[in-house]
Design a protein around this ligand. Structure first.
Ligand SMILES: *[C@@H]1O[C@H](CO)[C@@H](O)[C@H](O)[C@H]1NC(C)=O
Ligand SMILES: *[C@@H]1O[C@H](CO)[C@@H](O)[C@H](O)[C@H]1NC(C)=O
Ligand SMILES: *[C@@H]1O[C@H](CO)[C@@H](O)[C@H](O)[C@H]1NC(C)=O
Length: 342
């Protein structure tokens, strides 16, 4: 084994501890892929490496691979935001400060850089696409928007008998458990997931999530991409009401699910939160995501206890929060790309 190979393995190991897991990122990209407008899909293909074959998922974790290299070390603080006055589960707040280096500012930065109007060179835009897909994912891991115990990295826990941390449970272990329970032969080592070109072994899970969007969350999906702080995530209530016509459209077309994301520019006039200068609004989305730390992530957490059962896990199961966050992320990635490149 040569040195660089060993180095990469070490990097992968570290990454698993520090960031929304590889699988999580790949799943959100895979969901987004299904909702890209045909024209956007072609535009995206041009910006992706050839061997990605037009797919977003192979580049979804790229930002984690490069953040320890000298060239990109400056991006490592873009994967999260510290919300210092946070003390979940008792108080949850997150404040956007323009100009800081954090995930909110990074999303704005790379949204602007990906915009064809930026007139940046090819690689700058290709790089912006990779960062944007990744950071929109990180934003939706609630522990990336809460500072307590270094985003839960210092919060010890047990999950399915393994010593681990709250952060790693929310990055990877919950997702891996749910993929496994759907009947896929998944080994926990994550080796498959870490393999860049190993293909979407998580496809059954993605289909399961898409199906929840068509049924249980049908009424909410169109709201997910809207830039409005007041958009709440409804977890307990499951309504069967039909959507307003034209707000969302699922159709069968070459076995792909197409999704008509309302143009954000058009939606904005319904938002009370004025002045949207960007097609993405991480500062609004972060508020309810941060609040999840009080409602679910830190609620009933007891150090060094088993969290894959009991009241803690029951809430996760009942609210389907893991799948819902992946779904919301996928929709938002698609909405941002459709608005920018459509
Ligand atoms: C925006 O992204 C570019 C390219 O990665 C980087 O050089 C710059 O520092 C970023 N700006 C901010 C404010 O993060
Ligand atoms: C888990 O950690 C505890 C101490 O916190 C230790 O006693 C125990 O042996 C560890 N278990 C495993 C399987 O490593
Ligand atoms: C899992 O692997 C076993 C043996 O390799 C195989 O028989 C089984 O069909 C696989 N299950 C799934 C869901 O792929």
């Amino acid at each position: 084994m040569n040195f660089s190979y060993l180095f990469i393995i070490l990097l992968l190991f570290i990454n698993n501890v520090l960031s929304y897991g590889y699988v999580g990122h790949q799943i959100t990209a895979s969901i987004a892929q299904r909702f890209l407008l045909p024209k956007v899909r072609e535009h995206v293909r041009e910006l992706l490496p050839k061997n990605a074959n037009g797919n977003l998922y192979p580049i979804a974790s790229w930002a984690d691979r490069v953040k320890f290299t000298p060239k990109y070390r400056f991006t490592s603080r873009m994967h999260y935001i510290n919300a210092p006055r946070n003390n979940p589960p008792d108080s949850c707040t997150v404040i956007y400060t323009p100009g800081k280096i954090d995930v909110l500012n990074a999303i704005h930065n790379y949204t602007n850089r990906l915009d064809p109007k930026s007139n940046l060179d090819f690689w700058s835009r290709a790089e912006a696409l990779r960062f944007l897909v990744h950071f929109l994912g990180d934003l939706h891991q609630p522990l990336h928007v809460a500072a307590k115990f270094r985003g839960g990295n210092g919060a010890k826990a047990i999950f399915e008998g393994h010593n681990t941390t709250l952060h790693y449970i929310w990055d990877s272990r919950l997702i891996n458990k749910h993929i496994r329970e759907l009947g896929y032969n998944f080994t926990f080592s994550d080796d498959n997931a870490n393999n860049f070109y190993d293909g979407p072994f998580f496809e059954p899970y993605v289909k399961y999530i898409i199906n929840l969007m068509k049924t249980v969350w049908k009424q909410e999906v169109a709201e997910w991409a809207v830039c409005n702080e007041e958009v709440e995530y409804i977890f307990e209530k499951e309504t069967q009401e039909l959507l307003k016509p034209n707000s969302i459209l699922f159709e069968d077309n070459n076995k792909q699910t197409h999704f008509e994301v309302n143009s954000r520019r058009e939606k904005e006039k319904y938002s009370l939160n004025k002045k949207q200068t960007s097609v993405s609004c991480p500062e609004f989305w972060a508020v309810p995501l941060n609040r999840l730390n009080c409602q679910i992530v830190w609620k009933d957490y007891i150090p060094d206890t088993e969290l894959s059962e009991g009241i803690y896990y029951e809430r996760i199961k009942r609210t389907r929060i893991v799948e819902k966050l992946l779904a919301i992320t996928g929709i938002r990635i698609a909405a941002v790309l459709n608005s920018l490149l459509g």
